[in-house]
Design a protein. Structure first.
Lengths: 190, 135
């Protein structure tokens, strides 16, 4: 049976996949020994990508920044568990997604409206309608739909990036889409 | 095809599955031409999907983010604390186990002494009672 290797990154759909930096292993090794400067260098290289991913789930700067900080702090405390089988960026993606998921579930369904900054690019009315739709979904459904529909990832990609089984993702995706369908049938959609 | 099956199919199709909701199958397209309710549903679904794709804060890290994080690393030192806690865990368990064993053994040693005392008391009571009977 042919095995399929998933290639994925924190980059957006149109962005180029970055090559693995040659000195990444050196920085990781130094950070493991407690070198904060080396870890800060890794942070600087990956912070935009982490912000981009967190910005998919949270609309306010404070939430995005808190999630990014939590991601890097967790990475710092768990550097021993990074096996270097995949680029550092992939390992960071999983941590970031888990932080986002935990934070979304902690919100218990609330989706605060932005105070001053525009939440979503494009038509503001349509953006508010999408926010209204998302606010009526459970956090776990919102999380999966934003990955599947927002990021455009397949079930296999979501499973690979989160470390969940494909069956688990498939079942959750089915439930999330079913709830979205009901909302759209009620006419509550955008 | 009924409306429920059509809508389920529309939900399953999409960019994540390699399909485009704008180009539905022939039977689906035929159904949508005749069913206004499903057509409305398909339009709402497409708008929702576009909205989900655009749903992004678009926030960039400021120049001081890395230095703020670096300060937190210095103060929180989760690595040191986490590692120390993990290293001390087996030792803590061993100490607790040892204390438990010592307390169990002490209780066992204390129990016969209490029995002896009780026996001595009973014996004394019996002797005193016997003396009174004999006197």
């Amino acid at each position: 049976m042919a095995t399929m290797q998933l290639v994925w990154t924190l980059t957006g759909p149109g962005e180029a996949v970055p090559a693995r930096a040659p000195d990444e292993a050196r920085l990781v090794a130094a950070a493991r020994k407690g070198d904060r400067d080396a870890f800060t260098e890794l942070v600087q290289r990956n912070q935009r990508r982490v912000f981009r991913l967190a910005g998919r789930f949270f609309q306010q700067r404070a939430d995005v920044e808190d999630t990014a900080q939590e991601t890097f702090l967790r990475a710092w405390s768990r550097l021993d568990t990074y096996r270097e089988r995949a680029p550092f960026e992939h390992w960071l993606t999983r941590i970031c997604l888990n932080c986002c998921y935990t934070r979304l579930r902690r919100e218990k369904g609330t989706l605060p409206l932005p105070a001053n900054e525009p939440a979503v690019h494009g038509d503001p009315d349509a953006a508010l309608e999408v926010r209204g739709l998302l606010s009526r979904l459970r956090p776990s459904d919102r999380f999966l739909l934003l990955l599947l529909e927002g990021e455009g990832w397949s079930v296999e990609e979501v499973a690979g990036r989160l470390g969940w089984s494909q069956v688990n993702v498939r079942v959750r995706a089915h439930r999330a889409r079913k709830r979205l369908r009901r909302l759209l049938e009620e006419g509550g959609g955008p | 095809m009924n409306c429920t099956r059509i809508r389920r199919g529309l939900m399953q199709s999409g960019p994540a599955n390699g399909d485009s909701p704008a180009d539905p199958d022939q039977p689906v397209a035929e159904h949508l031409r005749h069913c206004a309710a499903c057509r409305g549903f398909a339009e709402r679904l497409q708008t929702a999907r576009q909205g989900l794709r655009r749903h992004h804060a678009g926030i960039e890290p400021d120049a001081a983010f890395a230095s703020r994080l670096s300060r937190r690393l210095a103060t929180d030192t989760p690595t040191d604390l986490g590692r120390t806690a993990l290293r001390l865990l087996p030792l803590s368990v061993a100490v607790l186990l040892l204390l438990f064993l010592i307390s169990t053994q002490t209780r066992r040693l204390a129990e016969p002494a209490a029995t002896i005392t009780a026996t001595e008391d009973a014996y004394l009571t019996w002797v005193l009672a016997a003396d009174e009977e004999n006197s």
